[in-house]
Design a protein. Structure first.
Length: 80
């Protein structure tokens, strides 16, 4: 299942410390956060669960090619 196109650049989020679950399937209605769409649609994906330890900007990948998922590593700027 190909995820919908929400753009290929990252989403910048001003995060607070705590546990987060970011979408990796592209189908969430609450991007960049997971809303369980991957389970409902049986995409084979899973959420990327991380612990944010410091408040501040976090860049969340939307091209689905980052080697540091769920965080952007600039891969969207390179040819596929």
């Amino acid at each position: 299942m190909t995820p919908p196109k929400h753009g290929t650049g990252p989403i910048c989020v001003n995060e607070t410390p705590g546990k987060k679950a970011y979408c990796t399937c592209g189908w969430s209605e609450k991007l960049p956060y997971c809303d369980g769409a991957h389970k409902r649609l049986e995409t084979g994906c899973h959420s990327a669960k991380v612990e944010i330890t410091q408040p501040g900007e976090v860049w969340i990948c939307q091209c689905h090619r980052s080697a540091t998922m769920p965080f952007c590593d600039g891969t969207h700027e390179r040819p596929a």
